[in-house]
Write a protein that binds this ligand. Structure first.
Ligand code: G6P
Length: 635
């Protein structure tokens, strides 16, 4: 949700910033801009639209300089136009600032600035108010103390050190007045080769290079230049120069942060032979699913090994209840997780929308274990739920993909997905990895309770078969593409499933909505009769997720009900299912037979492909769908 890149070094900043923004475009793509410090001026280029438009602008009017900041926006305050694009400036046009987050009290701050005579606002954004506030504090400090002193009283070097310290102090003082969230980067026209960053609630990472340093919303923006990263914490302020940086708190106390090695390289974030990241990530699932379980299964004991939970067997044995929380696709994984953990471990499990959980008083027992599930590890609502749960004293674990993300760092332990970078806005491989991890958790807790060794080893065998089975499903891509073409003119789509595959109906509908913009809804199959059936008509197909399992015949009953009302039917099935659905379903997609609890890992793949091919057929921008952003760091 908005991407930031900053650079101070010896190279030209603009190409580095633009390249970094391209890697962050999944975070938002309403508008983009850069500001480069050139001598004693800040050169800015910004426009509504995508990075490609900004790149054209920069090539028509180059911006020279070896330090600068940049931004790709997902609009929160103010409509999408050139003026509201970042960077924003202070009243004197000296400070350029980019921001990810929401300044909740910006109107009160703006009123105060206007009362003090500052009326030079050019945009409707909350960000511009912060730039003005920092500028007014900095200018006030410079005017009060004097930056140059008497002739001969200070060397240029100390003068410049003073300016840097004053700017950092002004940032601190301004941020203390801010209510809300921010990840910011800023430069000052009079202080070249220097930038300041700060974060609260929105991610910011410092990339440490050789005679060059970077700031970015996530490491994918800078991994082409350095794999040494420092993940900043909330209330950190960082002063960045070419060959040094200084991290401190909002109160000015020095901070000490370890340098982490980024695990992936630029190769991992390239599209390669695929037309879209989403397709690449769908096809990566045999590997990502394998990586999610690698080293985590013990055959002797027929259970899972999850050392990152940081819990002793006795502590795990004492858990009396589980809460799974997340947003979007991660929430759907949680819903499968509820069925899984209750079936495998017989432990009461509940799913909570992170956005609801964080604001309500869910009654929890002392021994409730809370899992926050998030690919990015930065989703504001999931982070809020995690903090609320920890505040109440519950042990809270993370299931994240992004290593060292805020959720991963703030939880008491957890399980990494190891799915590799997911760039397509619509989540795919992270979902199947989440399902595998939730199965491992169910297996581990189950084997401490009621699950026999034989049952445990059946789960392990089913998990191990999944990568090969996903490969089989991926071979159906062309068949699914043909089916998608047939349905390109429909007015919408309904998705139905039962038990473990009810959440998959929700996920299939979500994928369809996200990237085709078609109206789509998911429901438990049996709910059809309770209202939804009124929608059934020839131009509204129903997708039934009906593998050959314990509820197959019930699903068949529901397809009959749709068929009787002339609704087209697309069925995803396995085993003997196809035989029985022949004549009932207009199109049948056959997947390999799979053990019921892990079947969602397979059934979701054709739905990902279906949404993908239909979106391509409709000419949609698959990797950057309308109005969406991958990582939602605002509430
Ligand atoms: C956004 C994305 C979804 C994603 C959700 C949660 O809405 O568009 O694809 O499922 O955020 O993201 P997380 O990173 O927390 O899994």
């Amino acid at each position: 949700m908005c991407g930031i890149v900053g650079y101070v070094g010896r190279s030209e900043a603009a190409p580095i910033l633009l390249d970094g923004l391209r890697r962050l475009e999944y975070r938002g793509y309403d508008s983009a801009g850069i500001a480069v410090v050139d001598g004693d001026r800040v050169e800015t280029r910004k426009c509504a639209g995508r990075i490609v438009s900004l790149a054209k602008l920069v090539s028509a009017q180059p911006a020279a300089g070896s330090s600068g900041i940049s931004h790709t926006r997902w609009a929160t305050h103010g409509k999408v136009n050139d003026e509201n694009a970042h960077p924003h400036f202070d009243a004197r046009g000296k400070i350029a600032l980019v921001h990810n987050g929401v300044i909740e009290n910006y109107q009160a701050l703006k009123k105060q600035l206007i009362q003090n005579g500052d009326t030079n606002f050019r945009s409707d954004t909350d960000t511009e108010v912060l730039a003005h506030l920092i500028g007014s504090i900095y200018d006030g400090a410079v005017a009060a103390i004097g930056d140059r002193g008497q002739p001969g009283s200070a060397t240029p070097a100390t003068t410049s050190q003073n300016s840097k310290a004053r700017l950092v102090n002004a940032v601190r003082a301004a941020l203390k007045q801010v209510i809300g969230t921010y990840g910011i980067a800023l430069v000052h026209a009079d202080i070249p080769d220097f930038m300041v960053g700060a974060r609260r609630g929105s991610p910011l990472v410092l990339g440490v290079g050789k005679e060059e340093n970077f700031l970015a919303s996530d490491v994918s923006a800078i991994v082409a230049h350095t794999r040494d990263a420092i993940y900043l914490n909330d209330f950190d302020v960082v002063a960045v120069e070419r060959d040094k940086f200084e991290i401190s708190s909002l109160d000015g106390a020095a901070g000490h942060h370890a340098v982490s090695k980024v695990e992936f390289s630029t190769e991992d974030i390239k599209k390669g032979e695929y037309a879209h990241y989403m397709l690449k990530e769908i096809f990566e699932q045999p590997d990502s699913v394998r990586d999610a379980m690698r080293g985590r299964l013990t055959y002797e004991e027929c259970t899972a090994k999850l050392g990152g939970l940081n819990m002793t067997p006795a502590e795990l044995r004492d858990v009396s209840r589980i809460v799974l929380t997340g947003c979007g696709t991660a929430l759907h994984a949680a819903m499968v997780g509820e069925y899984l953990i209750e079936q495998l471990a017989n432990l009461p499990t509940e799913v909570e929308f992170a956005s609801e959980f964080r604001h309500r008083n869910t009654p929890l027992t002392r021994d409730t274990l809370v899992f926050a599930i998030s690919q990015s590890g930065e989703t504001a609502d999931t982070l809020g739920a995690l903090r609320e749960s920890r505040r109440k004293g519950h042990r809270t674990l993370g299931i994240c993909n992004n290593v060292a993300s805020t959720i991963a760092r703030e939880s008491d332990g957890g399980v990494y997905m190891h799915a590799g970078p997911e760039i397509g806005v619509a989540a795919t491989k992270s979902f199947t990895s989440q399902l595998v991890i939730l199965t491992l958790i169910g297996l581990l807790l189950g084997r401490m309770r009621n699950l026999s060794a034989a049952q445990g080893s059946r789960i392990i065998a089913a998990l191990e078969a999944l990568p090969g089975q996903i490969e089989e499903v991926l071979k159906l891509s062309n068949q699914i593409k043909e089916i998608a073409k047939k349905y390109a003119d429909v007015s919408g789509m309904l998705f139905f499933g039962r038990q473990f595959n009810f959440p998959i109906a929700l996920e299939g509908a979500l994928k369809m909505k996200e990237i085709t913009y078609l109206f789509a809804e998911g429901h438990p199959s049996a709910e059809l009769k309770h209202g939804i059936i009124a929608l059934v008509r020839p131009d509204l197909p129903s997708v039934f997720i009906a593998p050959d399992d314990t509820v197959f015949s019930k699903n068949v009953n529901n397809t009959e009900q749709v068929k009787a009302r002339k609704g087209p039917i697309i069925a995803i099935t396995s085993g003997n299912g196809a035989k029985q659905l022949k004549g009932l379903a207009n199109d049948i997609i056959e997947i390999p037979a799979v053990l019921e609890p892990v079947s969602p890992v397979l059934t979701v793949v054709p739905l990902q492909l279906f949404a993908y091919h239909l979106a391509v057929e409709l000419g949609r921008d698959v990797d950057k769908p309308r109005n969406l952003a991958k990582s939602v760091t605002v509430e």
